[in-house]
Design a protein. Sequence first.
Length: 236
Amino acid sequence: MLELTRYCNMECPHCIRGDRQRRRMTKAIIWKALYQMGDYIGTIMFTGGEPALAVDLIEYTLETCKSLNIRVGNFWMATNGTVTSNRFFSVVREWLEYTCDGEMSGLRISLDKYHRGVDVIPFRDFEQELEYDGINCVFEYDGASADSTRLVGDGRALDNYACGVMVDHDIALYDGERIEGDVYISAKGDVISTCDISFNLMDDKDDRFNLGNILEEPLEVIYDRFFSENKNRVHD
C-alpha cells in the first residue's frame, strides 16, 4: 500500500488521516519500496490523501513494476470520485491490463453521508467500457459507515464523533517468509503496520505502528525486527 500523496481536495469530518498536507511520495521512495518487494506483489493499493490527484505517480509505479519485472496480482484504489480525467481512467485501465490475477482488482468510489455531490456517471461509463472490452474490474460504490461508533478513533473522526473502533497491527508472518496484511509505506517512506491511523500518528517515530523508514534501512531488517518483537504475529 503506497501513500502517494497526503493532499486531498475534500475535508471530510470523519477522515482518520486528519488535516491534509502538501506532501507527495517521491519517485525514489516508490522505486526503493518496489525494488525490495521481490518479483511478485499480491495486490498494489494506492492511498492518500486522495491518490487520484497523483496520477503521475500511479503511472510511475506501473512503469517501475514493468522495468523491474515485478508481477502484480491485483490493483486496488479508493477514491472520492472527484477526479474523472481521461488520464486517470487510462492509467487505471493500464493497471488492470497489467495485473496477472485481476479477479480482485478494482475501484472503490466513496459514496456516503460524508461525501456529497459525487458524480458517479463517469465511473459507470468507465465500468461499462471495461466490461465491453472483457477487462475484469470490481467497482464499489460505497463508503464509511453512517454509525459513528464504527469509525476508527483517530484524525478528524476522533475530533467530531464518538468513535468506537480501535486498531491493531495489520500484518502477520506465515511460514517464515510470507507477509500477509497491509504493508503500508507512507509518503515519507515510513513503514506502518496498519492503514487505519492518522498522519500525525504515522509520523511519531516512537509510536508502535511506525516500524522504521525504508530510506534509512532495508525493508527486510525492519520486518525482522518487528516480528522478533511481536511473536504473536508469527504463524507456522
